[in-house]
Design a protein around this ligand. Structure first.
Ligand SMILES: [Zn+2]
Length: 83
């Protein structure tokens, strides 16, 4: 079965905490890995937060996009791409 990446894109409206808590709650990432991933997204402009089936990758991307809302009300940038 082909695998897909869920990608989170960096922005200037979401905090590290927004991203860390979102990854922990929605993807099930552990605290330390979520902290490292948030740093990676900040540094590289994007980061792969999950690699899984298309259905699950799209589910994570959709939930991260709509549920990780910044203090100013903006949605988190996410995408899905082939692994
Ligand atoms: Zn943002």
């Amino acid at each position: 079965m082909p695998l897909y990446h869920t990608v989170v894109h960096n922005c200037h409206c979401h905090t590290f905490q927004d991203v860390i808590f979102g990854l922990m709650r929605i993807v099930g990432t552990g605290l330390r890995d979520a902290e490292l991933k948030a740093s990676e997204i900040d540094f590289f402009g994007r980061g792969i937060v999950a690699t899984t089936t298309l259905e699950v990758a799209e589910h994570y991307a959709q939930r991260l996009h709509t549920e990780v809302v910044s203090a100013s009300g903006t949605l988190l940038g996410t995408s899905v791409e082939p692994a």
